[in-house]
Ligand binder design. Structure first.
Ligand code: FAD
Length: 528
């Protein structure tokens, strides 16, 4: 009897071991089989293809620190041809296609630059030397820059400034790659006037999912050009972009104004962005806005002097929630004597809380590179490499008041967990090109709202839940928001996101990446 029992438990243990082995074989997807590895290692890129755990682990995380997907290998290209070799092999010769993702700085939040079991192309290894920033001039374009897809915007700025010129459209943070922001849109306070960064590109070199190296522009391969801009890395890897430049200003008048009334805040913001001609003297160069609360004061106090901070804090205590408009007017030697008057005229009829306007005069580079100061501060405090459950939305102007009531007042204030910056500022629809893949609301003016949360490693889910609640509120109340830096899991959600652009998006995928090799981390065509 005891023997029978022993036999039965042995059989059970063997069965369990076999089952777990079987399960691990099923779960462990191994697109890069041994024979595939051998073929890859026979390619001229073998010595720059890294399969060691240190390399693959480094490519399995991003700024969000929420998703973790381990690639099978990391390619560290030294020139675009290395990328062509990899993609062409995956497309033409590999019996089992494997996925490939370009990785800029991996400043994504939800694993968008990852390639689970595929190959991550570490764009930064292209370096600054071969494909840096070259400033050129032509009769038709004026000044422009040819820039490597792996270049950081800060490097583009430094190089172009040597020629007295600079790009006109920026992101708040400059340690992002050109290829990475052009795959999304590239937005900041300049967007209302100059359009997003994708509206300031003349031409690109792109390696498509078929391994073809193509130059594209509005005249040459236009379908590829428009698909790639805002295309979430789905159609090709950008190795060069030709960027529009303007005369670089020297300094900046930088102003912040506080509001306790949301309606005054939006009326003023919309009035400020209504002057948006590129050559219009009475237009501002930058308009943003944010939500000020006690809870997120770490993210907004540094602009203000110590004595102003005390006044500000008591105003926040009085109202719980304040809104801040932030504007900038750039100037140089030519406009030095007129800038103050111009600014005074632009700001004269605004309805901010009296006595709550603050002004600074800073160098142009310091203004553009302002987030770097905050980054270094957070790094010193050990608060940079923490989870970032961000949510970025484009909200139609017609529903921004409902958004304020439903989200800022009834979710954010009540939950009282929001940390980090909350951005809110409007943009003009006509500065975006509808032929591009980027998706925005169908109204003349729409707001970007960014919840740039930082959390602990244990509690990011709480923030994620709040983000979901915000999205649900919008859905239940018919507020047709579009996610910026979108994150969806199902085809239905992506179809809804792209709306009328979905068909073109699918057709472009079929044309430029028919085997669906590129940017699987976006989870548009590669679902789990
Ligand atoms: P990655 O995260 O590495 O890649 C993003 C996507 O682009 C992936 O799908 C990847 O496969 C693809 N990709 C990367 N390189 C290429 C390439 N060369 N060709 C084709 N596809 C490519 N965005 C704004 O618009 N405005 C802001 O002000 C702004 N501020 C930010 C501040 C911080 C602190 C952070 C972390 C992000 C900010 N972002 C902002 C978001 C940023 O634009 C995105 O994270 C974007 O993805 C750029 O990051 P990256 O260069 O590291 O790209």
């Amino acid at each position: 009897m005891a023997q029978n029992h022993l036999m039965a438990s042995r059989c059970m243990i063997i069965l369990l071991i076999m089952m777990s082995l079987l399960l691990s074989m099923v779960c462990q997807s191994k697109p890069l089989t041994d024979s595939l590895y051998h073929k890859l290692l026979s390619l001229p890129i073998a010595d720059i293809l890294h399969v060691d755990s240190e390399s693959t682990r480094a490519a399995s995380v991003d700024f969000g620190l929420i998703v973790r997907e381990i690639p099978a290998a990391v390619l560290r290209p030294s020139c675009p041809k290395d990328i062509v070799t990899l993609v062409a092999f995956a497309y033409n010769e590999s019996s089992i296609p494997f996925t490939i993702s370009a990785r800029g700085c991996s400043h994504s939040i939800q694993g968008q630059a990852m390639a689970p079991d595929g190959v991550v192309v570490d764009m930064m290894s292209l370096g600054n030397k071969r494909r840096g920033t070259t400033v050129l001039w032509s009769w038709s374009l004026g000044h422009y820059a040819d820039v490597g897809g792996q270049q950081l915007w800060i490097d583009v700025l430094e190089e172009t400034l040597k020629h007295g010129v600079a790009p006109v459209s920026w992101t708040d943070y400059l340690y992002l790659t050109v290829g990475g922001t052009l795959s999304n849109a590239g937005i900041s306070g300049e967007t209302f006037r100059y359009g997003p960064q994708i509206s300031n590109v003349y031409e690109m070199d792109v390696i498509t999912g078929t391994g073809d190296f193509l130059t594209c522009s509005p005249d040459k391969n236009p379908e590829l050009f428009y698909s790639v801009l805002g295309g979430l890395g789905q159609f090709g890897i950008i190795t060069r972009a030709r960027i529009a430049l303007g005369q670089a200003p020297k300094r900046v008048k930088w102003v912040r104004m506080l509001y306790s009334d949301f309606s005054d805040f939006t009326i003023d913001q919309e009035s400020l962005i209504s002057h948006h001609g590129r050559d219009q003297d009475e237009a501002l160069d930058y308009v943003e806005g944010s939500l000020l609360m006690h809870r997120n004061s770490d993210s907004w106090t540094s602009f203000f002097s110590l004595s102003d901070r005390l006044r500000l804090m008591s105003l926040v205590t009085e109202h719980e929630l304040l809104y801040c408009i932030e504007v900038a007017k750039f100037y140089d030697g030519r406009t030095q004597t007129t800038v103050d008057k111009a600014l005074e005229i632009i700001l004269k009829d605004l309805s901010h809380v009296p006595e709550f306007m603050f002004e600074k005069d800073v160098a142009y580079v310091d203004f553009l590179n302002r987030v770097r100061v905050e980054e270094l501060k957070l790094r010193r405090q050990g608060l940079w490499n923490v989870p970032h459950p961000w949510l970025n939305l484009f909200v139609p102007k017609s529903r921004i008041a409902d958004f304020n009531t439903g989200v800022f007042n009834n979710i954010v204030l009540k939950k009282n967990i929001t940390t980090g910056l909350v951005l809110i500022y409007p943009m003009n629809n006509d500065k975006w090109d509808d032929r591009m893949s980027a998706v925005i609301p169908d109204e003349d003016v729409f707001y970007t709202v960014g919840f740039l949360h930082s959390s602990g490693f244990e509690d990011w889910q709480e923030f994620d839940l709040q983000n979901k609640e915000v999205l649900l509120f919008c859905e239940n109340n018919g507020i047709k928001v579009k996610q910026y830096l979108p994150n969806y899991n199902t085809e239905r959600e992506w179809m809804e996101h792209f709306g009328s652009k979905w068909r073109t998006f699918q057709e472009s995928k079929a044309q430029f990446d028919p085997k669906m090799l590129l940017s699987p981390g976006q989870r548009i065509f590669n679902h789990n």
